[in-house]
Design a protein around this ligand. Structure first.
Ligand code: CA
Length: 226
């Protein structure tokens, strides 16, 4: 559960104080005392979060941030001087997640760290994969695999499969499926859906010996749980 935090701060007193507090909270902390050292560490290791002072020797914090962002998506909180409005604006523009103004109360810093970690963590675990009977449909990549093997589908076959997998265990009638797959302005027979189901069965059911899409006579189709 320990988070690995990189602290890039040239003022040793502040660095030591923040480090102690972060460790006290159960985090692992590494320090860097100038922009170049900080950038090297940020790029060569994986941290859960980076605390980055703006006024740094060698390379200023905003430049460090810009270069980190070229390669990494790690959460970054800027430590800015009081009233340095320009720093805050350009910092957020350059991809900082948040900033905190010195001098700060440690509780506020810890709270902002928690928020930044939570926000990123949530995004990271969110996947858009639908699964049934060894079939995995990845909505982000527009890919379908069966037992790990990629299956080539046309757009309409993909949309039909997606619709059925999103509504697992719910029988969908042909008209609803047609509206979703072909669009509401599609003019044609609803048996077009039967045609696409047949294509899907040829590409998936027949080839892999599974019974993915079930016909509910007189109604429509459904994918049931395993
Ligand atoms: Ca400084």
């Amino acid at each position: 559960m320990a988070n690995r935090i990189l602290l890039i701060e040239d003022e040793e007193k502040i660095a030591r104080f923040v480090e102690l507090e972060l460790r006290h909270e159960g985090n692992e902390v590494e320090k860097a005392f100038d922009g170049r050292e900080g950038l090297d560490k940020a790029l060569s290791k994986d941290y859960d979060l980076i605390l980055l002072d703006v006024m740094l020797p060698q390379l200023n914090g905003l430049e460090v941030l810009r270069r980190i962002r070229l390669e990494k998506d790690v959460p970054v909180i800027l430590l800015t001087a009081r009233d340095a409005v320009m720093d805050k604006v350009s910092g957020l523009d350059a991809g900082a997640d948040d900033y905190i103004t010195k001098p700060f109360a440690i509780e506020e810093l810890l709270a902002r760290i928690r928020v930044a970690l939570k926000r990123r963590g949530k995004g990271a675990v969110e996947t858009h994969q639908l699964t049934a009977h060894g079939v995995v449909l990845d909505e982000d990549r527009y890919e379908v695999t069966v037992n790990g093997e990629p299956v080539e589908l046309t757009n309409r076959e993909f949309e039909l499969l997606r619709m059925l997998m999103r509504n697992k265990n719910i029988v969908l009638d042909r008209e609803k499926l047609m509206n979703e797959v072909c669009g509401y302005d599609y003019i044609g027979e609803t048996n077009i859906i039967d045609v696409y189901v047949r294509y899907l069965r040829t590409k998936i059911d027949d080839r892999y010996g599974i019974k993915l899409i079930q016909t509910i006579r007189g109604v429509g189709y459904v994918i049931k749980d395993n």
